[in-house]
Design a binder for this molecule. Structure first.
Ligand SMILES: [Zn+2]
Ligand SMILES: [Zn+2]
Length: 182
């Protein structure tokens, strides 16, 4: 059986590179261990899907965010497998249906000061009586809070834990938000 782990090698990155294109798989050359040539990110993802591998980490189990910074792939729980990735996606869809924007909005309405992501996730788990580990509560709650932030209801008040590329590609471990006062 051939191995189809796909490795990505960074290319020269110009200072004015598009950060979104960078974190989404640009500025790299992709090569599969089976020898198949993969022209770009889309080709690499397609080959990963065809060979049963996670399309985010391409079977490597780690996700390269910027040169010099990688993290364990969250899309497939660090397994590198497409099956695990699909299971995660289904669980996320279920979390989306269970943890609606309105549910989160109601739960955080009582907070007067800043509150953290983990605090809201715990509250959601307790209120909806969700067993730990069954649904991706943290990632879903994070997405809802970001949505409320984009809608102007919340404001992010914590500084990022790490600046990966200037101030545009940054990492937050457990960010704080606060209600926007009118
Ligand atoms: Zn291959
Ligand atoms: Zn993965």
């Amino acid at each position: 059986m051939k191995k189809h782990t796909i490795v990505a090698m960074w290319e020269e990155i110009p200072d004015d590179a598009d950060d979104l294109a960078l974190v989404r798989g640009g500025f790299r050359t992709y090569l599969c261990l089976c020898g198949k040539s993969l022209p770009d990110r889309a080709g690499a993802e397609q080959h990963a899907a065809e060979t049963g591998q996670c399309t985010t980490c391409l079977g490597t189990t780690t996700e390269d965010i910027v040169p010099g910074y990688s993290q364990k792939c969250t899309a497939c729980a660090g397994t590198g497998r497409r099956g695990a990735q699909l299971t995660w996606e289904l669980a996320y869809v279920e979390a989306e249906m269970t943890i609606t924007v309105q549910v989160v909005r109601d739960l955080i309405s009582g907070f007067t000061g800043p509150f953290r992501l983990s605090q809201v996730a715990d509250l959601v788990r307790d209120t909806l009586r969700l067993p730990v580990g069954r649904l991706p509560v943290g990632p879903r709650v994070r997405d809802v809070l970001r949505q409320l932030e984009a809608m102007g209801e919340l404001v992010l008040v914590s500084a990022p834990e790490q600046l990966l590329r200037g101030t545009t590609v940054v990492l937050y471990n457990d960010p704080y938000w606060e209600h926007v006062r009118n």
